[in-house]
Design a protein around this ligand. Structure first.
Ligand SMILES: Cc1cc2nc3c(=O)[nH]c(=O)nc-3n(C[C@H](O)[C@H](O)[C@H](O)COP(=O)(O)OP(=O)(O)OC[C@H]3O[C@@H](n4cnc5c(N)ncnc54)[C@H](O)[C@@H]3O)c2cc1C
Length: 470
């Protein structure tokens, strides 16, 4: 059911209140419904895009350039899934090394995750050599508002309130007593047994920081709320050519030939042997022809015979040729963090976000090492040629074209001095507050985050189910 008036809801009937209707929050509500548990979703935005709502997402970035905080998320029903790219895949097992859970804890949720995202549960991986795998992404076209709005309207177990913003929590003795929400210029107190914060990878930290400021004793003051914030730099790391036919014959029937670009990821061996962060590259199926003419011209100058061969292969469409796009992992750093602006407030009188962010040399090193080793592999197997961009090769800098994945800030862990939630996603030292979303990620890996967010939300619904049954 969708409610237009606040007083229509009797919150005593709802053991769970969820803040945010993006992939994280909506998944929790949908899964609780399957377990016969009623929930209310409180959504700050409207059912569609509105500039007024979006303005509430403005914030300041202090440090290196990254996609601005308003355009990199959507404050509306369905959240940022309203304009996401849909690239989906589970994280690599090795990326869970410092997490308090393992990949196997999330694998049982694969079927349900794929069904939510309307994708096939098949993510092939083929070993190229000790250092690289060919990997497969699936492309989801699901926009959560489009897929689920009518469903929620008819649901008896999911109640949704739009245009209602969570401001902060109140409570004492390790318990949230109520959530303070702003609706139609008035403030409302919401009570429930369990509260789920699912407002995205920036707001989750912002709301906890504001709660900390409003009531000093509710949240353990030593928890690093807002810290260890990360994203996935998305860069053009070089140019190159891959002879698809040759690669196909090398890999035989293991070659992943689906209607998409070629994806290659670092293996656990590369990461451990070279002590680098993880990364993956992407070579587009349809590249700008101007670019590959330039590549051939360059090759003809330095290696005329090889250049002729390449030109011939491109003509026969055997080559993937052009820019090498790369997604790189970032290290969780204490200094990359979300803080509340000490002076500026938004129109609801909540401090605006300051994101302190600097790119990491470690990410740059991962990009360079990946390309060098991948280039060596291509030469050794005579599969093509790879050239790193000069700034990457010289470890100078990289230009981040993305910054759309907001990770960390309420990261998962056992040690309370370096984490905010436990392995069950419960905020340390508060008995009834859980967090859903990529702010919980302990490390970021290279994989786009939403698939993992949905797995974690399904697992959270299981946890709430067992709590409510005991
Ligand atoms: C351009 C772009 C492309 C992307 N492409 C991909 C991709 O290809 N693959 C991938 O995996 N990921 C991608 N992402 C990231 C993906 O969109 C996010 O990972 C995902 O939407 C996060 O889900 P969420 O529910 O945690 O947060 P969100 O989707 O951001 O939802 C948060 C919800 O909380 C609401 N809210 C915020 N504050 C409050 C408040 N105070 N009170 C109540 N409600 C509140 C918001 O209105 C929103 O509905 C992309 C992102 C962008 C911007």
């Amino acid at each position: 059911m969708i409610f237009r008036k606040f007083q229509d809801i009797d919150f005593n009937n709802f053991p769970v209140v969820i803040f945010g209707s993006g992939p994280a929050g909506m998944t929790v509500a949908l899964e609780l419904e399957k377990k016969n548990i009623s929930s209310v979703i409180i959504e700050a935005g409207e059912s569609e895009y509105s500039e007024d709502s979006q303005d509430q997402y403005n914030g300041k970035i202090i440090g290196d350039n990254i996609a601005d905080l308003s355009s990199s998320r959507l404050r509306q029903l369905g959240g940022t899934s309203g304009h996401w790219g849909g690239w989906s895949k589970p994280m690599e097992a090795y990326n869970f090394k410092n997490w308090p859970i393992k990949k196997e804890d999330l694998d049982p949720y694969n079927t349900k995750t794929c069904s939510i995202l309307n994708i096939k549960n098949q993510f092939k991986k083929t070993k190229l050599n000790n250092y690289f795998n060919q990997i497969e992404f699936k492309y989801s076209t699901v926009r959560f508002a489009e897929k689920y709005k009518t469903y929620i309207e008819k649901s008896k177990k999911i109640h949704l309130i739009l245009n209602c913003q969570l401001s902060h929590f109140e409570g004492s003795e390790k318990k949230i007593q109520s959530a303070i929400c702003l609706f139609n210029n008035s403030s409302k107190k919401i009570k429930s047994k369990y509260f789920i914060l699912a407002c995205g990878g920036i707001e989750n930290s912002r709301i906890l920081l504001w709660t900390k400021e409003k009531n000093g004793s509710l949240i353990n003051k030593n928890l690093p709320v807002g810290q260890y914030w990360m994203n996935h730099p998305w860069i053009i790391s070089g140019i190159g050519l891959i002879n698809k036919k040759k690669l196909k014959s090398k890999l035989n029937d293991q070659f992943i030939d689906y209607d998409g670009p070629l994806h290659f990821a670092a293996s656990k061996n590369l990461i451990e042997e070279k002590k680098i962060l993880s990364a993956a590259i992407y070579m587009n199926a349809k590249e700008d022809t101007k670019l590959y003419k330039e590549i051939i011209k360059d090759i003809l100058c330095i290696a005329p015979e090889y250049g002729k061969k390449i030109a011939h292969l491109i003509f026969k469409k055997d080559l993937k040729c052009g820019n090498i796009f790369m997604n790189i992992e970032e290290p969780p750093s204490k200094n990359n963090r979300i803080k509340l602006d000490p002076h500026e407030r938004d129109k609801l009188n909540i401090p605006v976000v300051n994101l302190f962010y600097n790119k990491s040399k470690e990410s740059l090193l991962a990009a360079k090492t990946f390309l060098e080793e991948f280039g060596n592999f291509c030469i050794k197997e005579d599969l093509g040629r790879i050239a790193a961009k000069e700034n990457i090769y010289n470890l100078d800098d990289f230009k981040n074209m993305g910054g759309y994945h907001h990770l960390g800030g309420t990261n998962m862990g056992i040690n309370k001095s370096i984490s905010v939630v436990n392995s069950k996603l419960k905020v340390h030292d508060i008995n009834n507050l859980y967090i859903a979303g990529s702010s919980n990620f302990t490390t970021g890996g290279y994989t786009n985050p939403t698939y993992t967010i949905i797995q974690l939300s399904l697992r959270l619904a299981d946890e709430l189910h067992s709590k409510l049954n005991t």
